[in-house]
Design a protein around this ligand. Structure first.
Ligand code: HEM
Length: 210
């Protein structure tokens, strides 16, 4: 079974799907006291933190696919990118729903005021809103239909990751160590992308001058 073959993909895709869903299931089991140590004294806050972190982790994993593919030559890695991106959307949506339903009791006015008045909520909300068109257009059909515009639209994922990391940073009042780790990973991914873009431009310029 060669990596990248149809059989390989058919076997690994469900495994990755279950691994992606595992943190959510673990959180649910914890919430209902069926596994783990439970969610502590403030379960809603714990859910807020865990879902936010998983959303950001999946966003960063999605961004890792392209540089990894370039460095290793494993072109088949691209086939897992969509699933990772959709998990980023899923966890961020659960993160928002936890906030809107369990924290704010679906009080539209309170949510609106929070979004307007608290800058870290404004950043998070912008990230979530931008993720929606990416999730909707993540199918192969949409990719084909949008052509070159698809790539442009999906490069928004970098901006979303910046907003998400910034949002993380801003709400951490004292201990910013964890947020710093995520920011450093994101910075490395951005530098890699800029470096690749520059090399591409130089190559094109050289070709046209030859
Ligand atoms: C791309 C979108 C988003 C990402 C990646 C994200 C990620 C995160 C992360 C990593 C944390 C910190 C977790 C921790 O401290 O352990 C967090 C906290 C939080 N997020 Fe988000 N978030 C996003 C969108 C949103 C949205 C749309 C809302 C609500 C409108 C929201 C509300 C909150 C709240 C209330 C907290 C906890 C703040 C506190 O405990 O003081 N987030 N988020």
């Amino acid at each position: 079974m060669a990596p990248g073959s149809k059989v390989f993909f058919r076997l690994t895709k469900p495994v990755i799907f279950l691994l992606g869903l595992a943190p959510f299931i673990y959180l649910l089991l914890n919430a209902f006291g069926l596994a783990g140590p439970g969610l502590g004294a403030n379960p809603v806050e714990e859910l807020q933190h865990e879902t936010g972190r998983w959303g950001l982790r999946f966003l960063l994993m999605t961004l890792c696919i392209t540089p990894l593919r370039r460095w290793t030559g494993w072109t088949w890695l691209i086939r897992y990118r969509r699933m990772l991106g959709l998990f980023a959307f899923f966890y961020t949506l659960v993160h928002f729903l936890n906030y809107a339903v369990l924290d704010q009791g679906l009080d539209g006015v309170a949510i609106y005021e929070d979004v307007i008045k608290r800058p870290y909520i404004t950043l998070g909300m912008t990230g979530l809103v931008l993720l929606i068109p990416l999730a909707i257009t993540s199918t192969r059909g949409m990719m084909r239909r949008l052509g070159k515009r698809w790539k442009k639209l999906h490069s928004l994922v970098y901006l979303i990751a910046i907003l998400g990391t910034w949002h993380f940073f801003w709400q951490e009042k004292l201990d910013t160590l964890d947020a710093t780790v995520y920011a450093v990973i994101l910075a490395l991914l951005l530098v890699t992308r800029i470096h690749h873009k520059r090399r591409q431009t130089v190559r094109i310029q050289n070709k046209s001058s030859n």
